[in-house]
Design a protein around this ligand. Structure first.
Ligand SMILES: Nc1ncnc2c1ncn2[C@@H]1O[C@H](COP(=O)(O)OP(=O)(O)O)[C@@H](O)[C@H]1O
Ligand SMILES: CC(=O)N[C@@H](CCC(=O)OP(=O)(O)O)C(=O)O
Length: 277
């Protein structure tokens, strides 16, 4: 149980690819409603990759990913913030409110909830250590949970996107998985669910039956880069950050089958890949 309240707390990370289908989005919202009706305090953290891409394309700004993070110029950040807050966050809040919930749209900047620091991408190239400057890309340095806890205590549902500032007020674009993991840890979430478009972590991407049901953190390093690739890297790193930060349970589950969300939290139904300390 979460320390400050008697109610369990679930943090759900919802990515942009699973928002493109309106029916799916509504089903995710219905599951969140079920959770709150059954007394689970719920926090939704979201990204919005495809919406960011569309906004940058319209502005004529090219996107480049280095190590899974979008290189972000100060100009690009304006469009990224507009897409995440003005488009994605606002539409999720509308849908949640229309279902009878009281959603509050936020980013990490609100209430100084998340403090960011600049992130560099470190790589080995031709036997040399190389440090790539990603511009306004950040990591979460620290989290103050006062604002989300206050909202939860009063029956509001925080819907939080992955923009945060450093102590001087410079804004950063943070990978939404990494942002969610840090927050799940700081909130000591009873359940951290990372929604994605596959059933969980697969040993063989072409074989759904090769799903890894339980992964101890000690096995993570040996799978990184071999089994765990691309978009799965920040998801696993976020589960590690969540567990080490204080979350009780972390799972990667299939968000394209949204009915697993409520079931996973309410009945401890075994689904997806559970990462364990
Ligand atoms: N071992 C693995 N098991 C499952 N998926 C993997 C694995 N390695 C890489 N992936 C890729 O990670 C993708 C999920 O990451 P991403 O596309 O960033 O998801 P989302 O948009 O849901 O955040 C999967 O669709 C799959 O292509
Ligand atoms: C630094 C960085 O890469 N930030 C991400 C933030 C959005 C995100 O992570 O969205 P999904 O959850 O939909 O992938 C980006 O610009 O795409």
């Amino acid at each position: 149980m979460n320390a400050t309240e008697n109610k369990p707390l679930a943090l759900i990370k919802y990515g942009g690819n699973a928002m493109l289908n309106e029916g799916l989005k509504q089903a995710v919202v219905n599951n969140i409603k079920q959770l709150t009706e059954r007394g689970v305090q719920t926090v939704l953290v979201h990204g919005g990759g495809p919406f960011i891409k569309r906004a940058l394309d319209m502005a004529g700004i090219a996107s480049e990913f280095i190590g899974g993070h979008r290189k972000t110029t100060p100009e690009a950040l304006k469009y990224i913030e507009m897409a995440l807050k003005g488009e994605v966050n606002s539409s999720l809040v509308n849908l949640l409110n229309a279902s009878g919930l009281k959603a509050v749209g936020l980013s990490g900047k609100d209430g100084a909830m998340a403090i960011a620091r600049k992130r560099y991408h470190l790589a080995q190239e031709n036997g040399q250590d190389v440090k790539h400057d990603l511009g306004q890309v950040g990591d979460v340095e620290s989290i103050d949970t006062t604002l989300p806890r206050t909202l939860l205590q009063h029956g509001f549902l925080p819907v939080i996107t992955c923009i945060a500032s450093d102590k001087k007020g410079n804004d950063y674009n943070i990978n939404a998985d990494m942002f969610a993991g840090a927050l799940a840890g700081a909130l000591a979430a009873d359940d951290y669910l990372v929604l994605t478009d596959v059933d969980g972590l697969l040993r063989d991407l072409n074989d759904p039956a090769s799903i890894i049901r339980e992964l101890p953190l000690s096995e993570l390093p040996s799978l990184m880069g071999t089994v765990i690739k691309g978009g799965m890297i920040p998801k696993l790193e976020s589960c590690e950050a969540a567990l080490r930060g204080g979350a009780r349970r972390a799972r990667i589950v299939n968000g394209t089958q949204p009915d697993t969300i409520a079931k996973a939290v309410l009945s401890s139904h075994s689904t997806g890949t559970e990462i364990c300390l």
